[in-house]
Structures are given as structure tokens and as C-alpha cells.
Design a protein around this ligand. Sequence first.
Ligand code: UD1
Length: 367
Amino acid sequence: MKITIVAGARPNFIKIAPVINAIQKSIVKGENISFRLIHTGQHYDKNMSEIFFEQLEIPNPNSNLKCGGGSQSEQTASIMIEFEKELIKYRPDIVLLFGDVNSTLACSIVSKKMNIDIAHVEGGIRSGDMTMPEEINRIVTDSISDYFFTTSETANKNLLSSGFKSKNIFFVGNTMIDTLIKNDKKFFEPKFWAKIGLIKKKYFVLTLHRPSNVDDENQLKNLIQTIIDESNNIPIIFPAHPRTLKRLNTIGIDLKNIFIVDPMSYLEFNFLVKHSKAVITDSGGITEEATIMNIPCITLRDSTERPETVEFGTNELVGSLPENLPPYLRKIIKGEWKTAKKIPLWDGKTSDRIIDKLLNLYNINDQ
Ligand code: UD1
């Protein structure tokens, strides 16, 4: 079985690492399986891309399509053009796509138009918010995928209610959590730890990058001001995504107890989260990681495609209105927060399940 794996943006790198590892184990066992890894180039800065390959021991991509930057459509279109050339040259039995980024969408359309099977890892999740580019990417990718590897029962239900057949849906768990569990012992203190004088459990971590929060200057300004006003002067570490950094430089407010740092490597970022008092974020993946590490998490969005992080985990959906935030921050400061329960199949073995299932499917198809 020949697999082409696509990765383009930071969360993809975290999700593919354990799957590649599972493939490599199968190769050693003598299974009939090989892979090509394609980096679309959507994320291209060293600390958004290369550092993840190094730390998570992901092999060098067989090809980098170098399609970074541009508008949503420019980016999607250039990935499609380059990925088609890749598939013409190296035709696999199946393309393995991850998550909900523009690279996922672009490569799903190209693959299906060339009549190549697609498996969507993290298929079926839905926020219901069609203003998010990721929601459109999820819906389109799922609509033309052949197989779905899902992270939750909710994702299964979403797929079933959209008419997909249960025989093609496999609830396997979360590959992002495979990576978290595998690397937990390797997390290390970021360089700025001592410089800022951070103390375990006595700081917050903040991440913001959703267009709905950072592209509107007033929204960003009001969110940041509320966080500063309500944080009791506790240090707040804010690793700023390039898109956020551009805006932060223009909003002109005194950042007081907020420390802006560059986008962080995986092992340093998760050290920071693991020892924090709480996380304030608009990311989806971070809510999953915070849940597994049992760290209180506030999500500054009106919806989530990961309801299990709220139902079983430490996440609370606070909404994007800054005025919603104060009572939640006070609760955290007082130490009154829920603790996480176990989430079914988020156990570090998801990638092995995916590869076993694929071997099974394609061995049967070969006969
Ligand atoms: C993308 C994903 C989002 C994911 C996020 C994580 C989509 C639709 N969104 O959003 O789901 O949570 O990645 O990081 O795919 N840029 C750089 N250097 C880089 C990468 C990007 O400067 O290495 C700049 C781009 O040129 C652009 C901006 O950052 O101006 C946004 O990048 P883009 O890849 O379009 O989307 P993200 O906001 O990163």
C-alpha cells in the first residue's frame, strides 16, 4: 500500500508525527506499506515549521510545494496546482489528510478529481460556524473523503447524520494526543522562563490567532485590555502567531503584565502550558492538550468543534465578547475550576489503530 501524507500548517505537523512513526514500525515488521510525505509550505517560518520536524523527529518531506502566504484562495489554488503535479508523478493508493487547514482542503479536491482514495484524520468535527475558514475546509474535505478516522463519538454522529456510511467511519482517538503523551518527558523550560522570573502555576498562557479575534483592531484591543484588567497582575505569556503580531504592533495599548514572545517550539510550549495556572486561547488543538494535562482552559470563541473538551475536559467556551471574560478569570484565580475526566480513546495509541485499519482495508481490497 502506497500512502501520500500531506502536512502544511503547524497543527498538521503535530498530528502526522505519530502516524509516520506507526508506518515506520509496520515497515520494520515487514508489512507491505510505504509513504511519501508532502509539505505544502503553508507554514514556512522556522519556528512554525522546521522546529516541529526536528523536535518530533518527522523525516524530511519528500517534497515541499512552497505554497506559503497569500489570500485564502491564492493559497488554496497554488497548493492545488503543485499537489496535482506531485500526484501525477507519484500516484499513491490513498492520500492521508489531517485536520482542517487550507492544505487539507486543497489536497482533498486534487486527490478526488484524480480518483485517488482519501482518508481524513480528524474527520467529522463541526463548529457550526461557517465564518471560520476551517469549518468550510472540514465540510468540503469530509464530503469527498472515502474513510474517516474520528476523535469523538460526536464526530461519528455528525458524519452519520450527513449520510456517510458507518462502515467507512472509524472512531480511533486523537493523534495529537499520541504526540503529547509520547513527548511529555521531553518538555523543557523555554529560555525566557528565568528572564521573566516565572514560577510554576503562577502565570497564564495566552494564544490568539483566529481572524475573528485578531483581524478586527477593536476586538483585539478590547480583549487584550480586559485580560490585563482582570488578571490580577499575574504574568501572562503570549506567544504571538505572525498574523497576531502584525496587529499587536498597531493597537497601541500598554501591555503591562503581558509578555509577548515568538511562536514557540512544541516541547517548550507544552512545558509552559503544563506548568501554567490556566490557558486563554482561541485555538482548538490547545483545548485538547490542556484537557489531557488537566490545565484550566478558557476559549475565546462562540463555538467549538471539540465539545468533548468542555463536556469531559477543562475547557469552557466563554465566547468572543470581552465582557464575558471576567467571571471566568476570577474563578481561575480563586482556584475554583473543574478537573478533567478521561476522554475515550485519547490514550496514545490512535496512530497504531489508524495504520492497522488501513493495512486491513487495503489488504482486503488487494485480494
Ligand atoms: C492556519 C490554519 C489554522 C491553524 C493555524 C495554526 C487555515 C485556514 N488555518 O492559520 O486552522 O490553527 O494555521 O497555526 O489553514 N505566516 C507567516 N509565517 C508562517 C506562516 C504564516 O508569516 O510560517 C503568515 C502568513 O503569511 C499569513 C498569516 O501568517 O499572513 C496567516 O497564515 P495562514 O497560513 O494563512 O493561516 P493561519 O492563521 O496560520
